[in-house]
Design a protein around this ligand. Structure first.
Ligand code: PLP
Ligand code: SF4
Length: 351
């Protein structure tokens, strides 16, 4: 096995319509995007994911742009979570008291067509500079209320081992107890990047959690299962975030299979995200009522362990909230009246 095979794959990513055509014959809707587009999130798909896209419609829709993306609705924005307003330093978002998000790089192993940080992603910015990193480290030293650093982007695992580990060590040197949370799509988008060496080095860094993004069971290939296995055997806890995507995974059977398969791989489904209001993503959004219905039906199909929290990042900087479906029907004299997933009513007393 070539440890650096992933670099070759990444460098061979399709960025033009003719490169993509080697894997996929574009349909009219897809072709129309290429004919019309001037700005927005560019095409980027590495050969591994492009090949997968050729075999699965659900994968294809996540990485091949379509004309529907050209539509920008009134409720959408370039900064749907108002992250700019919560950025005390250029590459750092401090929205919640005890955790910060650091945008390490704008580079990814593929451009997800539903990306909500699409105005940052793939803009050819430089990775976090040494000076920016030092400023963040200084901030973390001062702000001891911060217990967790989320490293995101873009996808930080597109960095080579050297710069990546140097960055993580710098954050680790700030405080031993600081939890480092790596948010990465790499285990699904370019699993070859998860090498034994990388996992071994991550394992030496103290508390590190990995948060992946798998949206469809077709992403759980032999390669990605291998990557998840390496992470697990390396002692790194892995959780997954799924984006609820219309026409891709907005079905009980698809999500049940995805969450169950992730569990079997040792990955805990963490969040199921309602789509953010990022410009050009309206064709991916399901409505909330359908989301609640899916969650309620899933509860009957899979175990509590397999259930993620259905959540949304409220537009305009409201932050993340769980969209927990409520089983509470009313409060009666005798107590709280609940309806279970099968539709039967039960009372829990108010003592
Ligand atoms: C999502 C997010 C977090 C992490 O939130 P959790 O609910 O702990 O997963 C932290 N900071 C920012 C800016 C976020 O968007
Ligand atoms: S990997 Fe993440 S940051 Fe990159 S395009 Fe996909 S959703 Fe956006």
């Amino acid at each position: 096995m070539y440890e650096d095979n992933w670099k070759k794959l990444l460098s061979q990513s399709c960025t033009t319509v003719s490169e993509l055509s080697e894997y996929i014959t574009l349909n009219r809707e897809e072709q129309e995007w290429f004919d019309t587009v001037e700005t927005g999130l560019s095409l980027l798909v590495n050969p591994y994911f492009a090949e997968l896209a050729g075999t699965s419609e659900a994968i294809r829709r996540q990485c091949v742009p379509r004309a529907a993306e050209l539509l920008r609705t009134e409720v959408e924005s370039d900064d749907p979570l108002a992250e700019d307003a919560n950025s005390p330093l250029p590459r750092m978002v401090h929205r919640y008291k005890n955790r910060v998000a650091v945008l390490v790089t704008d580079h990814c192993a593929m451009h997800c067509r539903h990306c909500f940080r699409r105005s940052f992603t793939g803009q050819g910015r430089k990775p976090l500079s040494r000076q920016e990193r030092d400023e963040i480290c200084f901030y973390l030293k001062e702000h001891t209320e911060v217990k967790e650093v989320l490293l995101t982007g873009g996808d930080l695992l597109t960095l080579s081992d050297g710069p990546l580990l140097e960055l993580l060590k710098a954050f680790r040197d700030v405080r031993e107890d600081l939890l480092l949370r790596l948010a990465t799509r790499i285990p699904s988008s370019l699993p070859q990047r998860i090498t034994p060496y990388l996992v071994q080095e991550l394992g030496k860094l103290g508390p590190v959690w990995v948060i992946t993004q798998f949206n469809h069971p077709h992403e759980l290939t032999r390669e990605s299962r291998g990557a998840l296995n390496l992470l697990r055997k390396g002692g790194l806890p892995v959780m997954n975030q799924t984006v609820l995507l219309k026409g891709i995974n907005d079905r009980e059977d698809v999500l049940a299979e995805l969450f169950q398969s992730l569990l079997v791989q040792g990955v805990k489904p963490y969040y199921l995200f309602q789509g953010d209001l990022a410009a050009g993503t309206s064709h991916f959004r399901t409505n909330l009522e359908r989301g609640w219905e899916i969650m309620k039906n899933l509860r009957r199909e899979i175990s509590g362990l397999a259930m993620p929290v259905y959540a949304v990042d409220l537009p305009g900087g409201g932050g993340k909230i769980p969209l927990s479906e409520s089983y509470l029907v009313e409060k009666k004299e005798a107590g709280f009246c609940f309806q279970n997933p099968e539709g039967h009513s039960f009372i829990y007393p108010d003592e």
